[in-house]
Design a protein around this ligand. Structure first.
Ligand code: GDP
Length: 428
């Protein structure tokens, strides 16, 4: 069976932990979109890991970990990460890289930095990992697929062709050094040596795996609100973050995705610019940020402090709908144990009217949160393993959120570790 794990919000919902948990029972874990611009944090018996590119199944010996064709593949980052996990005692994971995945080129990373510099205050808050220039080139048909590394003559000709265009921009728009074609070719040959043992026809492999009844997990990055079509455009990422794209970014039929586990965090956080209706500020935000996640809400890739807010039912309901959630995993609930009262955003006031449907970006910027305040449970719920044992107010919070989402919360995460999970029968 194919299952997907995706985010309902702005990313950082705790997908890494849920994926790590579910990868225990998976034969195959696939990354299908995005690149090294976001990170999962995983805590397990080997330690705490921030994975940016490796699929989360790398800690399990039975799992084949796949970089799908939809990924922005940063080869040095991937192999840096692979070496790090091995050095830290994890047995060498099984890895496969799609021959159709495209490569993040060194100049993509530079263009990302130069463009953010050029935009100054109007910048997107990019992680400067080269993702936007990478996907621009992919769809402009001047990207480099992994399989092209194996045809040297073709590669040289293509590098020359692409460099003409890139060098004009470098020289005249950014006033920066031009690309040296030979150096770039040599870098790509180094990349080839790294990927060669792992390159495969991934969709063919998956076709067989599906026929054989293997357990397959599609691992999403970021969340619905960062999707390039359905998110808060233009403050989005440059690939689709939706489960539906899993079919394309891995190369499988869409009807094979049977379960879509959509991860929602019990409060909100976001990185980068863009409207964030339930955002909070000052000491209230600082405290939630300090206590949030596992060691505070700071970017796994950049270390930047995340923007904080109360749980947003409007955005999360929309996020679940766009994913097509079959199950909601409600995470990081333990963090809210310090609060006497917990505000929840249940609607948006837009031009004098209240709505609970998520609007388009221009309207979103005019929305004000409509808050309802619930009683907190004032206790530490870590270590609790059964739903019945949760404090009444905590169960009430979960029920309240589930009713507003309209999607079944079947898992509640109450700590960063794999075993900190409570399964629950939905009341919907
Ligand atoms: P991802 O990108 O969606 O995987 O999110 P992150 O890697 O940023 O995960 C969020 C943080 O929350 C990480 O530091 C996790 O270890 C941590 N985390 C995940 N689930 C829980 C939970 O239920 N409780 C607590 N306290 N931390 C959690």
């Amino acid at each position: 069976m194919v299952r997907a794990i995706v985010g309902a919000n702005w990313g950082d919902e705790g997908k890494g932990k849920i994926t790590d948990m579910m990868s225990q029972e998976s034969d195959i874990v696939i990354r299908f979109q995005g690149g090294a611009n976001a990170g999962h944090t995983i805590v397990n018996d080997y330690g705490k890991f921030a994975l940016h590119t490796l699929p989360s199944g790398v800690f399990s010996q039975r799992t084949t970990n796949i970089i799908g064709n939809g990924v922005a593949l940063n080869i040095p980052v991937l192999f840096g990460e692979l070496n790090e996990v091995i050095q830290r005692g994890v047995p060498k994971p099984k890895l496969m890289i799609s021959d159709r995945a495209q490569i993040v080129m060194p100049y993509h990373v530079l263009f990302d930095q130069y463009e953010e510099e050029r935009l100054g205050k109007a910048s997107f808050g990019s992680t400067k990992s080269g993702i936007a220039p990478f996907y621009s080139d992919k769809y402009a048909k001047i990207g480099f697929q992994v399989q092209e590394l194996f045809d040297e003559e073709y590669l040289k000709e293509k590098i020359s062709r692409v460099c003409v265009q890139k060098n004009i921009l470098l020289k005249h728009l950014y006033n920066k050094p031009e690309i040296d074609e030979e150096e770039l070719f040599n870098t790509l040959m180094e990349y080839r040596a790294m990927v060669e043992p792992y390159v495969a026809d991934v969709s063919l492999f998956l076709n067989q795996a599906i026929k054989d009844g293997k357990e397959i997990l599609l691992e999403g990055q970021l969340g619905s609100l960062k999707d390039s079509d359905h998110g808060i455009y233009p403050m989005v990422t440059s690939s689709s973050t939706l489960a539906a794209y899993g079919a394309i970014g891995a190369g499988i039929p869409p009807y094979e995705i049977k379960k879509i586990v959509t991860v929602c965090k019990a409060y909100s956080s976001a990185v980068g610019a863009g409207a964030f209706v339930s955002e909070i500020f000052g000491e209230e935000a600082d405290e939630l940020r300090r206590r949030g996640g596992d060691g505070g809400e700071y970017g796994a890739t950049t270390g930047r402090p995340r923007r904080m807010g109360w749980f947003d039912c409007v955005a999360s309901k929309y996020g679940c709908r766009m994913q097509g959630a079959t199950d909601v995993a409600f995470t990081v609930l333990d963090v809210l144990g310090y609060l006497d009262k917990i505000p929840v955003c249940v609607g948006y006031e837009l031009d004098g009217e209240v709505t609970d449907e998520f609007p388009t970006t221009r309207q979103l910027e005019r929305c004000k949160p409509v808050l309802e305040v619930l009683d907190g449970w004032n206790s530490d719920i870590r270590g609790i393993r059964s739903y019945e044992e949760l404090p009444e107010n905590c169960k009430r919070y979960i029920d309240f959120v589930e009713q507003h989402l309209g999607y079944p919360i079947t898992m509640v995460s109450n700590g960063p570790k794999r075993e900190d999970i409570i399964y629950r029968d939905s009341k919907l």
